[in-house]
Design a protein around this ligand. Structure first.
Ligand code: MEV
Length: 316
């Protein structure tokens, strides 16, 4: 049997991380940078996984990795034991969904050995993989990795693609500091246990921001969306998941013309996103360059990425 392959997107959360764990809606999108996997039936019948490249793009190691791979394969019962090689182009522990992208890419490649796994099986397999590393993931990362495009997400109802008036463009800034999703989610849970009043007000606030952001996206109101992202960042800082690096990335981006900026994903390091005042790929280059330049001067790497509507993606 010939080798099969699978690919998956990285992700950014535009609004609603952490709150989404508690059932609140969030808005996320897939980005082109992601992960790739290749699989072939294991000649000796023993499944194995090699994470290639210099970066493993991966929060777990050793036993956890073997456990996660076994949990993933158990959700794909029709597939033969597979020898898998996978690689992520995303920074490990960097808030851009590296482990979820690997999980989805591997599930797709292994599933393809049995003729192709349906999307709900791929999500179940990648979810089992993620639970080994992250404990109680909301599923938003694996959904973005599998789906791409821009969508609203809740734990209860999953993803609903968002109507977009036009594409959005972001600068993604990397703190270079890896953090653990499990630890960051646990620290928010601890805060909420100690201070239930913070839990209620924060979840209510983020629910309202996400609802307004969905309206802003469908109306093409990027100025409004940027303001909502700034407000979400304030609420995230109140949960102690922002850091000096993340605040600096956001401040520099706003000073250089970003419409709004916030951390994306778990925080505690990882990445920040800045919404560009742009309506085309060409405009995004012009609007993003001063931000990337300011970040580089301050010692941070970054890149520009479009956020396309799900419809645009499926149209090719
Ligand atoms: C991590 O990318 C997003 C969090 O909301 C955790 C989760 O939803 O599983 C922090």
């Amino acid at each position: 049997m010939t080798a099969t392959s699978g690919a998956a997107c990285g992700k950014v959360i535009l609004l609603g991380e952490h709150a989404v764990v508690y059932g609140v809606p969030a808005i996320a999108a897939g980005i082109t940078r992601g992960a790739l996997a290749e699989a072939e039936p294991a000649p000796d019948g023993r499944a194995s996984l090699v994470l290639g490249g210099s970066e493993h793009g991966f929060e777990g190691a050793g036993d956890e990795l073997a456990q996660a791979f076994a949990a993933l394969c158990a959700e794909l019962p029709g597939a033969p034991p597979a020898r898998v090689r996978a690689e992520s182009a995303l920074p490990p522990g960097g808030g851009l969904g590296s482990s979820a992208a690997l999980g989805v890419a591997i599930a797709r490649a292994v599933g393809a050995l049995a003729g192709g796994a349906p999307s709900d099986r791929v999500l179940a397999a990648a979810g089992a993989w993620e639970r080994v590393f992250h404990g109680n993931p909301s599923g938003i990362d694996t959904t973005a990795a599998a789906l791409g495009g821009c969508f609203r997400y809740t734990r209860a109802d999953g993803a609903a693609p968002l109507e977009m008036r036009s594409d959005l463009w972001l600068c993604v800034g990397l703190t270079g500091v890896a953090s653990s999703t499990k630890a960051m989610v646990a620290s928010v849970a601890h805060l909420f246990e100690r201070k239930p009043e913070i839990k209620d007000s924060t979840l209510q606030g983020i629910t309202a921001l996400v609802q307004n952001a969905a309206l802003a996206i469908s109306a093409g109101d990027i100025v409004g969306l940027g303001r909502l992202m700034d407000l979400n960042q304030m609420l995230l800082a109140g949960l102690f998941v922002s850091t000096e690096d993340l605040e600096r990335l956001c401040d520099l981006a706003r000073q250089r013309g970003a419409l709004g900026a916030k951390l994306t994903g778990k925080g505690g390091g990882g990445a920040a996103i800045a919404l560009l005042d742009a309506h085309s790929d060409a405009e995004a280059g012009g609007a993003g360059a001063p931000i990337i330049e300011a970040w580089r001067a301050a010692g941070y790497d970054g890149f520009i990425t479009p956020i396309r509507s799900a419809r645009a993606l499926h149209a090719g």
